[in-house]
Ligand binder design. Structure first.
Ligand SMILES: Cc1cc2nc3c(=O)[nH]c(=O)nc-3n(C[C@H](O)[C@H](O)[C@H](O)COP(=O)(O)O)c2cc1C
Length: 180
């Protein structure tokens, strides 16, 4: 069994970037860790620690990610991902909560990390097409999120992903010590 498994869903590459940062910062030999795109996942690996990543679609994760999360038992599970909206702790917390409901209680939920990720230009075009049809202030807020997200994930986000891994490994170690 592997020590660490990173599984991620990524449509346009933002979450993939975080996933690879997380994978490369895991301080174990290559034979003890793996990284898998959810599209090629068929249950081929098992691990003690799962880092599961997704992009936010309507504030939640995809069915493939839900399937993986709900199949886990007696694992340490950490969540990560990217989103277009928000960039506030409250929004990131809501993404965590929405995914966490699929993790059964016999696992140890470690922590989560989210950051913004740039959206394709079609999203901006869609917002612009609503001009005149909904409140300008609401539209401007969405366009601000769109513009803010354009530079993410950036170097700072990737550094935070590494700190997230450090924090997760410390928590897992503490848990292990508590059961010695
Ligand atoms: C069709 C679509 C729906 C989206 N829905 C949301 C959403 O509900 N909430 C949000 O915060 N971001 C939303 N986004 C933005 C993505 O979550 C964000 O750009 C993310 O970084 C994409 O990650 P990826 O590159 O790994 O696919 C949406 C993007 C697209 C293209």
């Amino acid at each position: 069994m592997l020590k660490h498994l990173v599984i991620y869903a990524s449509e346009t590459g933002n979450t993939k970037k975080l996933a690879h940062e997380i994978y490369s910062s895991l301080p174990v030999p290559l034979k003890d860790k793996e990284i898998v795109d959810v599209r090629t996942w068929h249950g081929q690996f098992d691990a003690e620690n799962y880092f599961v990543g997704f992009w936010s679609n309507r504030g939640s994760c995809s069915l493939e990610i839900i399937d993986i999360l709900s199949s886990l038992h007696d694992k340490n599970v950490a969540l990560f991902g990217t989103c277009g909206m928000g960039n506030t702790d409250e929004y990131f917390k809501s993404l965590e909560q929405n995914a966490r409901v699929w993790i059964s209680d016999d696992n140890y939920f470690v922590d989560s990390y989210f950051c913004q990720g740039k959206m394709p230009p079609e999203v901006r075009d869609k917002y612009e097409s609503y001009r005149g049809l909904c409140e300008d202030s609401k539209l401007d807020m969405m366009l601000n999120f769109y513009n803010d997200a354009l530079e993410h994930p950036n170097r700072h986000d990737l550094l935070n992903a590494r700190l997230f891994v450090d924090n997760c490994l410390t928590r897992i170690k503490e848990l292990d010590l508590a059961f010695v």
